[in-house]
Design a protein around this ligand. Structure first.
Ligand code: ADP
Ligand code: ADP
Ligand code: ZN
Length: 220
């Protein structure tokens, strides 16, 4: 299956994408992760994207679309994948929709993580990432065994620059004004599914897995 995960920042898209990708051997393509990697390496894309990301604005459509399309063409042909955090505007959705249709690999399912404001603010302020391997923690919900240290690789954990209250507020505004309309867009296409992002990670995962199974596409 080719899946899109849609939801506000902090809904748990990345966490679920990692779990599903591991279990189903799907590719996990996170636009935020790919952008952050570009910023870290100082590539042209990274240089263009950095200021937008730090402010909590969306990176311009054309940059993101080209980057994601290149990534998909390079590594995802004939494979199942999860797009995490992409598309985020109607323009991106239309453009990637057409391109993937033409490649014979249309998006088959979009899952919307309906999540309360209270949940996302708590999750984002407590989110910590591993500098080395990118693993995702939460200081309260999913703490590492040793504070500030990654369970998987021993790397140092950090707080994302854009996970501060002001930028979180901005990102939520951006979600409401530019991304939320994708719910109806995909509902009209008949490929939208919904889960509550407020539930604990294991429950969300079970529900997601159930949805996938119901669509009878999962090859266990
Ligand atoms: P979160 O899921 O916490 O919102 P992401 O890691 O998905 O964060 O995204 C971080 C930042 O990267 C966004 O605030 C935005 O600046 C940029 N970004 C990610 N995905 C997109 C996208 N599809 N279009 C434009 N900008 C994006
Ligand atoms: P997104 O990719 O949607 O921005 P993340 O997957 O990065 O969200 O999750 C945001 C934060 O919340 C992380 O710190 C993560 O560990 C934590 N988290 C994710 N899913 C859950 C959940 N279902 N219950 C509690 N905490 C969660
Ligand atoms: Zn690590």
């Amino acid at each position: 299956m080719r899946i899109v995960l849609l939801g506000p920042p902090g809904a748990g898209k990345g966490t679920q994408a990692v779990m599903l990708a591991e279990r189903l051997k799907y590719l996990h393509l996170s636009t935020g992760d790919i952008l952050r990697e570009n910023v870290k390496k100082g590539t042209d894309i990274g240089k263009k994207a950095r200021a937008f990301m730090e402010k909590g604005d969306l990176v311009p459509d054309d940059i993101v679309i080209e980057m994601m399309l290149d990534t998909i063409k390079a590594g995802a042909k004939g494979k199942d994948f999860i797009l995490d955090g992409f598309p985020r505007t109607i323009y991106q959705a239309k453009k990637i929709g057409t391109e993937l249709d033409n490649l014979g690999m249309p998006i088959e399912m979009v899952v919307y993580f309906e999540t309360s404001l209270k949940t996302v603010v708590f999750r984002l302020t407590g989110r910590r990432l591993c500098k080395n391997c990118g693993a995702n923690y939460h200081v309260v919900n999913m703490p590492p065994k040793k504070q500030g240290v990654c369970d998987k690789c021993g790397g140092e954990l950090y707080l994302r620059k854009d996970d501060n209250e002001d930028t979180i507020k901005k990102r939520l505004e951006v979600f409401n004004s530019q991304t939320k309309e994708l719910i109806d867009y995909y509902k009209d296409k008949g490929i939208l599914e919904e889960v509550s992002g407020d539930l604990d990670a294991e429950t969300v995962y079970k529900k997601l897995f159930g949805i996938l199974n119901d669509r009878d596409k999962v090859r266990n």
